[in-house]
Design a protein around this ligand. Sequence first.
Ligand code: FES
Length: 259
Amino acid sequence: MQAFQRVLEVGELADPGKTLVEVDGEMLALFHVGGTYYALDDVCTHDGGPLADGELADHTIACPRHGAKFDIRTGGALTMPAVRATRAHRVKVEDGGVWVALGEPPASAAIGGGPALSSSALPIASATPAATAQPAPTPVAGNGAATEAALAQGPLSEDRVREMLKEVKDPELFVNIVDLGLIYGVSFSEAEEAGKQCVSVDMTMTSPACPAGPQLIADTKRVVSTHPDVAAVEVRIVMDPPWTPERMTDDARDQLGIF
Ligand code: FES
C-alpha cells in the first residue's frame, strides 16, 4: 500500500476548488468540495484529457476536451464519451495538511466492455464497478454476411447506405456508427463503369485519436462495397463540427443505458 504524502496545507485550496498535485511522480487532480478533499488521476479515460483543467460542479468534474464527467468521490465515469472510471486516491487531513496516497487502478469500471476500453462514448451512472457493470453486449459478428447481403438489396440511396452502415459497430461500445451519430453525410458520383456509383461517406470519430478509427473506416468501406451498384467507397474523416453525445439517437442511448 502506498504511503501518504503531504501535498497541500489546509486552507490553501478554496472550497469548492481544484488544483494539480504531484504524488510519487504522478499528476493528480485534487478537489476540495463541501469541506472534503478528493483526488483522482489527472487523466480522462476517454482520451487523456487533463481533468484538473475541467469544470467542477458539486462532486462532478467535466473533462475539458469532450465533456465526459466523472464523480470526484470515486472516479466513476458518469457520462459519455468516457467509458471507464479514472483512478481515485486516498486523501486525509492531518497536522494541518492534506495528504494523498496513491490508490489501486480501478479493477473494472468499464461499461459495456473490458478494461481495455479507451476511446469512445457512453453511459455510466454510478461509481462502483458493481453498479456500473452491465451485461456484456452482443458483438457485431453475429449479424454476419447474410444480413449485409440482405441490406445490399434495393436501389442505392443515402437511406440505403445508412441502413447498411448500421452493420458497422463501434468495437468498444457495440453500438452502430449511424446511431452513434458518426455519419455526417453520404454522397454519390457516377463511376466510369456504367450503372455504378462511387460513394463518399463523411464520418467523424468520438475523438481525434480514436483507436477504433482504422477499423471503423475499413468496415464502412467493406459494408458499403457489398451493394452491387457501388464501384468504389471513399471515407472522409470530418472533425468539424466535433462529435458530441447529443448526436446519438434514442436507440443508441437506450443501448448505452443513458437517459
Ligand atoms: S478526453 Fe476527456 S472526454 Fe475526451
